[in-house]
Design a protein around this ligand. Structure first.
Ligand SMILES: [Zn+2]
Length: 141
């Protein structure tokens, strides 16, 4: 069954990730949605249609102990990768090694993916002030 939520609806009685009623942290998140073609264009670097069409919807969500967000962990991982990528590009330039530089560039892309993953929970659709989540909250049986 599809579950549509209202803007700013409080759905923090169950963990967003696993549906557990044992809530340890509550948060207001911003769900983003744009038409699939605009999302596709954004993924290949054409971000203007996405920026113009994206809709955002706040929701109050909860997390269990296991799924409590750890932003510092993501930051440490993200910035270590960024630093390592820059070092590799620098070393690659000094040693004149294209392979080392290429590895550095790959790490920089990984950093971008880690950072962009931190920004928003995705919606399957936002229509008439209601949101349908891409990953519904699991039903606890
Ligand atoms: Zn959970």
């Amino acid at each position: 069954m599809e579950k549509w939520y209202d803007s700013n609806q409080d759905i923090s009685d169950r963990c967003l990730k696993c549906g557990s009623p044992d809530i340890q942290a509550k948060k207001t998140i911003c769900v983003e949605w744009a038409p699939a073609w605009a999302t596709y264009l954004a993924s290949v670097g054409v971000r203007t249609p996405y920026k113009n069409l994206v809709q955002r919807m706040p929701l109050q969500v909860g997390y269990c102990k296991k799924h409590k967000p750890k932003p510092w962990l993501r930051k440490i991982v993200g910035y270590s990768v960024l630093l390592l990528g820059c070092i590799l590009i620098g070393v690659g330039a000094l040693e004149d090694s294209a392979a080392v530089q290429f590895t550095g560039v790959c790490l920089l892309f990984m950093f971008l993916i880690v950072v962009s993953g931190a920004t928003a929970v995705r919606a399957k659709e936002i229509r008439q002030g209601k949101v349908l989540l891409l990953k519904p909250i699991p039903e606890k049986t």
